[in-house]
Design a protein around this ligand. Structure first.
Ligand code: ZN
Ligand code: ZN
Length: 181
């Protein structure tokens, strides 16, 4: 993934707006990275970003609409998905010493989500990459009422009906059932 380094001394209090373009290759690299997903890109996308300073903190806002192809988690068919990505994030300078961090148990939810920057620049590319991965649904569905696949013959129940008996229990779940009994 290409870096988009923004130098801290180039971020003003009034902020500046820019457009960051991700080619479909960039997006596909994100979606097939450490955590492979059911997504790929239909086209490139421009993400509008605004960065400004608030004291020592740096606020990052981003907005875009990703043109994706998603694999339905129910019927396994590919479908087009336009996925909005929009976030606002405050980055704080990392504490000088890790030892000064309070015990993790005592942190509030907000503090746990705190994002730090270190050094003299912020890698906007990495931030956007993480947020894009967080934005995609875990179980994309081609339609709210997707009927999925017949668990017996595997036909796509959105497109055809089969003569199988009403749903046979998935053998993997049958094992679980036996364990419980
Ligand atoms: Zn489906
Ligand atoms: Zn069937």
């Amino acid at each position: 993934m290409k870096k988009m380094l923004v130098k801290l001394n180039e971020i003003s209090e009034s902020g500046s707006e820019s457009e960051r373009e991700f080619s479909s290759e960039d997006l596909n690299e994100i979606f097939s990275g450490d955590m492979p997903t059911r997504f790929s890109a239909r086209a490139s996308v421009k993400v509008r970003t605004v960065m400004y300073r608030a004291g020592l903190d740096v606020v990052v806002e981003a907005e875009g609409n990703l043109p994706l192809i998603a694999g339905c988690s129910s019927c396994l068919q590919d479908f087009d998905l336009d996925m909005p990505v929009s976030f606002r994030m405050t980055l704080q300078p990392a504490p000088a010493q890790v030892g000064e961090l309070p015990e993790e148990m005592g942190l509030s939810e907000e503090e746990v989500r705190r994002v730090y920057y270190t050094g003299n620049s912020i890698d906007l590319g990495n931030l956007l990459r993480e947020q894009i991965l967080l934005s995609v649904p875990m179980f994309p569905r081609c339609a709210k009422d997707c009927k999925g696949l017949c668990s017996s013959c595997g036909c796509n129940l959105n497109l055809e009906t089969c003569t199988c008996e009403s749903r046979v229990v998935d053998p993997r779940f049958a094992v679980l059932k036996n364990l419980k009994a």
